[in-house]
Design a protein around this ligand. Structure first.
Ligand code: ADP
Ligand code: MG
Length: 480
């Protein structure tokens, strides 16, 4: 398979749905919080009762504009809503209000790992409800499905990319950066597992060097970054095999089965004309003045790429900057530390080291712990003043996360302050030397590596509290 892959070029384009974090639905006043009791967020508008009229939620438009600006999109001066008709049990109206030929956002782009990925468009639409099938949610053994319409009418922004990606890894990186962006601009919580961000991946193959794209398959049901990458990898091999066997890839929608690790044909791909789109007669076209766009632009926060660049300017490695930005809570915490004047490099070492490990192990966000930016800054200052060593800092940061205690209080209580008194260190060093005559002889005879042994002994004796630099200097002096 690897050899065959050399013969083909992969083409990928993603359609990403981001659920917008508004208080109410896109055309109705009911709330749209996740996890409410079934069928409690369902006004007559959401249910599509006869005679009801949709009213556009302005917050949705603001979020659409803001995201569009973050993705370098043209913001339409005028856009409109259309009805997309299809019949399904989770769609009581029999149609979905979407945007067809005049979306809110036009062409844009996103730079991912230095490569420009085109955005074709982004449009607003309402979500459908949810079917709960037999076997799920306590319906085990039943032969029916239930409909929960809480999600119906939740605002979505569908962001469509150009077919610009050339590998599953690139597609994943694009999706990750897109998630960073919607999170940082505050329009979506970007939670793939809960479905607040969903991705349909379109993929085709063509012989290397060709400029004619192959027929694409659309893969649905990928609800993690890992799944996206795996589904695309699987699909490349499937399509290559078909073509190599002289068969054709058919345009269709396929479902990713994460457990089996395969995609399965779900249905033939509908064409736009199957949906019988027509302009939504109950909503006026939306005119977006340039003043409105500028008002929204003023609310633009720092974007992930700007944040990474700023961190790298402070001396962080590209990798560290990327890892911190990927975890927004951590980045926000780090920014607070910087505002309070904390040393960036020492802060990052803690955040990426002990703190990240603890959070991962406990499955917590930094905001769930009792560590405050102020307390981390105080800890850093103790290290900078050589009151404690870096190692002691690593030992107490976990307590600080658990108990919220200040570093100075822990240091005092446990007697952890650093021994910088050279007289005291000298005394201990001499004691170690006297107690280990054979090692001293070997060291003096040329076994340089033994120096570490003496350092280790002094550290052990002082429970890690001796100033490492002084220990080194003193041992060099005493050992000759
Ligand atoms: P639809 O809504 O019917 O799926 P779109 O025209 O909106 O169709 O395109 C969907 C996605 O498919 C876009 O992200 C686009 O980049 C991608 N795409 C189009 N053609 C190809 C192709 N030949 N191979 C891979 N992706 C493609
Ligand atoms: Mg599609």
């Amino acid at each position: 398979m690897e050899d065959l892959r050399e013969k083909y070029e992969v083409v990928i384009g993603l359609e990403v749905h981001a659920q917008l974090k508004t208080n109410t639905k896109i055309f109705a006043p009911d709330g749209c919080e996740f996890g409410c009791e079934q069928n409690t967020q369902i006004s007559p508008i959401t249910l599509g009762m006869p005679g009801v009229l949709p009213v556009l939620n302005k917050a949705v438009v603001n979020m659409g504009i803001l995201t569009g600006l973050a993705l370098n999109c043209e913001i339409a001066e005028k856009c409109k809503f259309d009805r997309k008709q299809y019949f399904y049990a989770d769609l009581p109206k029999g149609y979905q209000i979407s945007q067809y030929d005049e979306p809110i956002c036009g062409k844009g782009y996103l730079i991912v790992n230095g490569k420009k990925i085109g955005i074709t468009r982004a449009h607003l639409e309402e979500d459908a409800g949810k079917l709960v099938h037999a076997g799920a949610d306590g319906l085990a053994g039943s032969s029916y499905s239930l409909v929960d319409l809480n999600r119906a009418g939740t605002p979505l922004l569908e962001i469509v990319s150009e077919p610009d990606m050339r590998s599953p890894q690139e597609a994943r990186a694009y999706m990750e950066e897109l998630r960073n962006i919607v999170r940082y601009v505050g329009v979506c919580d970007g939670n793939l597992e809960e479905g607040s961000m969903r991705c349909d991946a379109n993929i085709s193959i063509m012989p290397k060097g060709s400029d004619k794209f192959g027929t694409r398959a659309e893969i649905k049901n990928v609800n993690s970054f890992k799944a996206l990458e795996r589904a695309l990898e699987y699909e490349i091999d499937r399509q290559i095999e078909l073509v190599e066997d002289g068969e054709e890839v058919v345009q269709e929608t396929r479902l990713w089965d994460d457990n089996a690790g395969v995609t399965r044909s779900m249905r033939g791909k509908e064409d736009a004309h199957d949906y019988r789109y027509f302009p939504e007669p109950d909503l006026m076209p939306l005119v977006i003045s340039r003043e409105w766009v500028e008002e929204v632009r003023k609310t633009m926060p720092e974007l992930p790429e700007q944040k990474r660049q700023r961190y790298m300017g402070l001396g962080l490695s590209e990798y560290d900057a990327a890892v911190i930005v990927e975890q927004m809570d951590l980045a926000m915490f780090f920014d607070e530390v910087l505002k309070l004047g904390g040393n960036p490099k020492i802060a990052v070492n803690f955040l990426m080291g002990e703190v990240a490990a603890y959070l991962k192990e406990q499955k917590l966000s930094i905001n769930d712990t009792k560590l405050t930016p102020e307390n981390l800054v105080e800890l850093i200052s103790l290290i900078e003043k050589s009151t404690i060593s870096n190692n002691i800092g690593k030992q107490i940061i976990i307590d600080m996360m658990k108990d919220g205690e200040k570093a100075s209080a822990i240091v005092e209580k446990k007697g952890l302050s650093q021994i910088s008194d050279t007289g005291a260190i000298k005394e201990i060093a001499q004691k170690i030397i006297d107690a280990n005559p054979s090692q001293v002889e070997a060291y003096r005879g040329g076994k340089d590596k033994l120096f570490g042994f003496f350092v280790g002994q002094v550290m052990k004796e002082t429970k890690g509290r001796a100033n490492p630099q002084s220990v080194n200097e003193i041992l060099k002096e005493l050992l000759g």
